[in-house]
Design a protein around this ligand. Structure first.
Ligand SMILES: [Fe+2]
Length: 487
């Protein structure tokens, strides 16, 4: 009898535990470093989620993440940390919901079958036998991902604003090592920005399109915001709901950190190989209004003094490490708005006190090899500035799947001839990659732009297929690397 009772209890409870929960969106890779990789899974109802992973070449060597219970308040999102990884390795992985292995499929009409799911960690290359030679890698980036919602709150006059979602499958095929979302990663509609329910609805809807699955599952994703994934159009520091916006943005992204204890926001930092990535927050501290100077006497700002000081001082620290013993080359700064272009009310140029302060400090501190990557303007262009003998680039990629804008007719002496066109601009849906390649003393970044079908947009007409225009290569300069690195 004593043996029968537990059996009856087990039989009664088992059906209650079988939830039938499924994957709602993802899996999506977040940050990856030499000790951890983040895997984000959203379920459609409460469930217990864990990830199993293994070195790609040793299928039997399975490790497991801690299980996480998903709940409604956090959009049924599980952030699973793979913490038994080594640097520079590929890991196959699988998602388990309530103990059941999930299969994640390609979109019908694109490819058949399950998506092969692999994550990777960056290599450890410093102080190796190779003599401090960095590895080549590619970062992808893009901005402005408007996804239409049938039966939702989209504008019903005119054609849909979003389209060509297969651009995300093209990103998967180009296969950058890392991807940075440069803002307007979703577009909040009016019912979205005033409530947790609305914000979660927007992210859940947009993250669930099948075109996103392969890139989210195979490329580490980092992100910053612009106005539309922060709150209402063009809003800044006065947004009444910015605490909630910050929480929800961080919930749906896999950045390593968000802001600092004394300076809230979404700005953060990561390194990949020899390159530093600074992800900035152009909304939390931003003053709004088109009038310059501000009629109320405010000093106009986009990033805020504290964030700029953080940015410049971290760059300086990284640069000094490089001089002493810890070599590095480029500083890539992600910002939702353009920085060098003199056009457009949203460019950092429209905040002159802040712009001068930032560039004066960068020049004074001799921070070389700074590349801004920016979004927002719904067309693509590259701007270059030489300021006090220091060279700066601003690479703009926009939009991924929102509607393109028209070509700018405004004169702009900074625009480079990357596309080999009259306007030096592209106004079709696009994304871009930067490949960091070559030995440390001759390190360069090669820029490629692609359209939604994966066609190269900055092909040099006189060179072999896949070779880009001369203006697309950025050579590192003034690295100030310690001589002993080469001894
Ligand atoms: Fe946008």
């Amino acid at each position: 009898m004593t043996r029968i009772i537990p059996l009856i209890v087990t039989l009664c409870i088992t059906p209650l535990l079988a939830s039938g929960a499924k994957i709602q969106s993802g899996p999506m890779l977040g940050y990856a470093n030499m000790a951890e990789a983040l895997i984000i899974v959203q379920t459609d109802s409460p469930a217990k989620v864990h990830v199993e992973y293994w070195p790609q070449d040793v299928r039997s060597d399975v490790r497991k993440t801690d299980p996480i219970m998903t709940e409604k308040r956090t959009a049924f999102i599980a952030k699973c940390v793979a913490d038994q990884v080594e640097a520079g390795k590929n890991y196959g992985y699988a998602i388990y919901i309530d103990g059941k292995k999930q299969s994640v499929k390609f979109r019908k009409g694109y490819k058949s079958g399950s998506i092969p799911m692999v994550f990777h960690t960056p290599k450890n290359w410093r102080y190796r036998e190779t003599g401090h030679q960095p590895f080549d890698f590619t970062v992808g980036f893009g901005s402005c991902a408007y996804i239409n919602e049938e039966g939702g709150y989209d504008r019903l006059n005119g054609s849909p604003y979003g389209g060509e979602y297969h651009i995300f499958e093209s990103i998967y095929e180009v296969d950058p090592d890392v991807f940075v979302w440069l803002g307007d990663n979703v577009y909040y509609r009016e019912p979205d920005w005033s409530s947790r329910t609305g914000m979660i609805h927007r992210w859940t809807h947009d993250r669930s399109i099948p075109e996103l699955r392969p890139m989210l599952a195979n490329i580490p994703n980092y992100g910053i915001w612009d106005d539309h994934d922060y709150g209402p159009n063009d809003i800044g520091r006065d947004y009444w709901n910015k605490d909630l916006a910050t929480e929800i943005f961080s919930l749906f992204h896999g950045n390593p950190t968000a802001g600092l204890p004394e300076t809230p926001g979404i700005f953060t930092y990561f390194a990949w190989g020899d390159v530093h990535f600074y992800l900035t927050d152009n909304r939390t501290y931003r003053t709004v209004g088109d009038l310059n100077p501000d009629p109320f006497g405010y000093e106009r700002q986009m990033l805020g003094r504290k964030q700029i000081d953080w940015l410049v001082e971290l760059m300086k620290w990284n640069r000094n490490q490089s001089i002493s013993s810890y070599p590095s080359t480029f500083h890539v700064v992600a910002i939702g708005n353009q920085v060098i272009s003199p056009n457009g009310k949203d460019s950092l140029r429209e905040f002159p006190e802040e712009w001068n302060y930032l560039f004066d400090r960068l020049a004074e501190e001799e921070i070389h090899n700074v590349i801004f990557i920016t979004g927002d303007i719904h067309r693509a262009e590259v701007n270059k500035l030489v300021y006090k003998d220091t060279h700066f680039w601003d690479i703009t990629s926009s939009p991924m799947c929102a509607g393109p804008s028209s070509i700018s007719e405004d004169p702009n002496p900074h625009r480079l001839n990357v596309f080999n066109t009259d306007s030096n601009q592209i106004n079709k849906r696009n994304f871009a990659t930067l490949t960091f390649e070559g030995p440390l003393i001759d390190r360069r970044a090669v820029l490629k732009y692609y359209d939604s079908d994966g066609n190269l947009l900055n092909q040099d007409p006189d060179k072999a297929p896949g070779e880009v225009t001369d203006a697309s290569t950025i050579q590192s300069r003034n690295l100030n690397l310690s001589k002993k690195l080469y001894e």
